[in-house]
Design a protein around this ligand. Structure first.
Ligand code: UD1
Length: 427
């Protein structure tokens, strides 16, 4: 088992380059299974969720390999089975999109009920209702969805909540549905827009992406395309918070400011200096942070995935902040870890009340989920003394080169086997 050890208190300085978006890659890769021929994807992040998804594709007969120039080639011409490897699928929510993709292309699919981060019940009812409206026949037995469909038929779909996953899933399935599909109250995240651009680059006919209503005209075939995964706006937010909490000065390269508006605006509100330029975003802070209130909302509201790093940040702000989670029902488990580090946080239902303290102190802590893990690492960068972070699998799901990037920004941080005695000097 490995741990991250951080000796906090060093202001981060320098430049960090942001890699491809996890959530975009996890939407585009399953969509590539709609296509015969070789798809070429650039800027795919090297994270464990992507590795697992590629393993799923390979086990079904697709080939998926990184080229020497870093591009990912996926050839899904020959799929040997429409039964997905249930043990792997269960481990990640994004793999559930394979149900609609396989039904749309082959009329047959078997996919396990998905897992993912432990942040609430995370049902799939919108996905199922949408696929059934498109004409799929689904049976749920022993934790597995088995589906059959003749050609799917376009339909008018309405999502009770603008679910990112359901929007992506139904958009993919509807590409091969006969006629027109309209998805109302759909998600508007940049990753939804980019998935639509990908499908259109492959010959799909999708409009309205980035608005609450998406229209898809079904086509009979899609062709391969070469395509770019967008930069990860959630990593941008995490490094911005890391720069802010340490009182540093960091330029975040390859960031799209338009994708990060809600986060950048909150940072400015609490006393962080934010400057955007053509090639990135500069984040710096000199004075003490000020408290604020945050409510997570579907895009373009404040992203739920940034709630956790922001609670870490607000735990050292002057005054009392209230952070309300409206997207997931239990996304505050990590606050017990911040409390170990001296944060004063009370969780009451969907709201965390944070009374800022002048200084956090290092402690042994564990990652409870992906973004909760990022939050405690960020807190450790500013804490007095050593923070030892365990359960790193969560962080590996979504952060590429996290420790190395922080080292290059001047943090005293290292990843080591748990039993390594003493501190290891930085390279
Ligand atoms: C995606 C992102 C995740 C982000 C989330 C919200 C990926 C791989 N993950 O997750 O990082 O936190 O969007 O921005 O892209 N819901 C239902 N029924 C459904 C589907 C969703 O009730 O059938 C609920 C969920 O329980 C949750 C809310 O809708 O409360 C939003 O979930 P959703 O947008 O679907 O999240 P994911 O796509 O799983």
């Amino acid at each position: 088992m490995e741990v991250i050890r951080i000796n906090g208190g060093y202001p981060l300085k320098g430049e960090v380059r942001i890699g491809g978006s996890k959530n975009d890659a996890l939407a585009v890769i399953p969509a590539s299974l709609l296509i015969q021929g070789v798809s070429v994807l650039h800027n795919v992040p090297h994270i464990s969720d992507v590795e697992k998804l590629l393993e799923i594709l390979r086990s079904m007969g697709a080939s998926a390999n990184f080229r020497s120039d870093g591009a990912l080639e996926i050839d899904a011409t020959h799929i040997s089975t429409t039964e997905t490897p249930h043990d792997l699928v269960r481990q990640m929510r994004a793999s559930f999109n394979l149900l609609g993709v396989l039904l749309a292309r082959f009329g047959d699919a078997s996919v396990a009920m998905p897992g993912g981060c432990n942040i609430g019940t995370r049902p799939v009812n919108f996905h199922i209702k949408g696929l059934e409206s498109l004409g799929a026949e689904l049976r749920f037995e022993h934790g597995i969805y088995n589906g059959k469909a003749a050609r799917l038929k376009g339909a008018n779909l309405y999502l009770e909540f603008p679910s990112a996953g359901a929007t992506q899933h139904l958009m993919c399935a509807a590409c091969y549905a006969e006629g027109e599909t309209v998805i109302e109250n759909c998600a508007q995240e940049p990753e939804i827009v980019n998935l639509a651009h990908y499908l259109n680059a492959c010959g799909g006919s999708i409009s309205g992406m980035g608005t609450p209503t998406i229209t898809i005209h079904g086509v009979s075939s899609l062709h391969p395309a070469e395509f770019n995964i967008i930069p990860d706006r959630l990593q941008v937010g995490t490094y911005a918070v890391a720069a802010a909490i340490t009182g540093g000065n960091v330029k975040i390269i390859n960031a799209y400011p338009d994708h990060c508006r809600p986060v950048l605006s909150k940072l400015q509100e609490i006393g962080v200096d934010v400057k955007t330029s053509e090639d990135g975003i500069n984040i710096s802070r000199k004075g003490r942070l000020r408290a604020t209130d945050i409510k997570t909302m579907p895009h373009p509201g404040f992203p739920t995935d940034m709630q956790q790093p922001f609670v870490a940040l607000l735990s050292v702000a002057e005054g009392t902040s209230m952070v309300t989670e409206t997207v997931y029902e239990s996304r505050f488990r990590y606050t017990t870890e911040l409390q170990r580090m001296g944060a004063d946080i009370k969780v009451e239902g969907p709201t965390a009340v944070i009374s800022g303290v002048p200084q956090l102190t290092g402690a042994p802590v564990s990652c409870t989920d992906l973004r909760g893990g990022a939050a405690i690492v960020v807190a450790g960068l500013a804490a007095h003394g050593e923070t030892r972070v365990s359960e790193l699998d969560h962080i590996d799901r979504g952060y590429e080169n996290f420790v190395t990037n922080l080292q290059l920004l001047g943090a005293d941080i290292i990843r080591t086997p748990l039993e390594t005695p003493g501190r290891v000097p930085l390279a």
